[in-house]
Design a protein around this ligand. Structure first.
Ligand SMILES: NC(=O)c1ccc[n+]([C@@H]2O[C@H](COP(=O)([O-])OP(=O)(O)OC[C@H]3O[C@@H](n4cnc5c(N)ncnc54)[C@H](O)[C@@H]3O)[C@@H](O)[C@H]2O)c1
Length: 261
């Protein structure tokens, strides 16, 4: 399939690692030009270096998406360095592992700032140029916890539910200008984010209880495994492609059958 991404400029927030970086590798293989933006500037630069080593055109950008000013600077650096922006993948996120009653207003604020306000900042910055040029593809990352709720992820799930509502609403506003917005909603995926959370759970639960947890998690996945970053990145690539111009305002769960709604 020709994704129509050759020479397209693609910005990936949270692109230094995990699903964002895996998507960047697939975009690069299609001939796209990549801007990897991340709060961890050293990691963003290193990740861009890995793409350049593969023969891609790529830049790393340090940006905190909770700041609208930094998002504006990020866009300026993308367009000065690579050209007009065609595709945005908003993958940056943070996640706590706490019950709601263990958590504090500061915890909620940090998570909602990154996961929901961050998405708003990125969209508000990127969309005007896309609308003007009459072409754009936006993919935001949510989570199946936003659909089902999930113990110990309450405020993250709430922020991601907000992202879904944001994308569906804005998709209605800009569809006529050739700009699509969609959500990819992964199930458990084997990235650093998940590995860090699992390491914390293992330490607090002990080996035996943790092994039971792993078995019960796998039982929830009809496909018998959790996801790999490439499972998710393939869906991001399709929704960012020229061929997906009639797909907008959708939530695509990529989750090995964990939810089927
Ligand atoms: N991994 C999973 O199991 C899973 C499941 C469901 C949804 N998701 C979602 O998929 C997306 C990618 O997840 P991942 O596992 O690759 O995460 P990850 O933690 O591996 O990568 C996220 C990146 O975002 C960056 N980041 C954090 N705060 C930022 C900020 N304020 N500004 C800019 N960058 C910032 C981090 O430095 C990191 O490099 C996230 O939106 C996450 O919520 C992941």
């Amino acid at each position: 399939m020709d994704y129509g991404l050759r020479e397209r400029v693609v910005l990936i927030t949270g692109g230094a690692r995990g699903i964002g970086f895996e998507a960047a590798r697939l975009f690069a293989a299609e001939g796209a030009k990549l801007a990897l933006a991340d709060i961890n500037v050293a990691a963003a630069d290193a990740a861009a270096g890995r793409l350049i080593d593969l023969g891609a055109k790529a830049i790393g950008i340090g940006a905190d998406i909770t700041s609208s000013a930094q998002c504006a600077e990020m866009l300026a650096r993308v367009e000065d360095g690579l050209g007009p922006l065609s595709v945005v993948v908003n993958s940056a996120a943070v996640l706590d592992d706490k019950t709601f009653l263990e958590s504090s207003p500061a915890d909620w604020k940090r998570t909602v700032d990154v996961c929901l306000y961050g998405a708003m900042n990125v969209l508000h910055t990127a969309l005007p140029g896309m609308v003007e040029r009459k072409f754009g593809r936006v993919v935001c990352m949510a989570s199946d916890s936003a659909k089902l709720g999930q113990a110990r992820l309450s405020y993250y799930a709430a922020a991601k539910a907000g992202v879904i509502a944001l994308v569906k609403s804005v998709a209605q506003e800009v569809g006529g200008a050739g700009v699509t917005l969609n959500v990819v909603s992964p199930g458990a995926t084997n990235t650093e984010l998940r590995q860090e959370r699992e390491a914390g759970l293992r330490a607090s639960m002990g080996e035996e209880k943790y092994a039971r947890r792993v078995r019960s998690v796998l039982k929830m996945y009809p496909t018998g495994r959790i996801g790999e970053p490439k499972d998710i990145a393939n869906a991001i690539l399709f929704l960012s492609s020229a061929s997906a111009g009639w797909v907008t305002g959708q939530v695509l769960s990529v989750n090995g059958g964990f939810t089927m709604t």
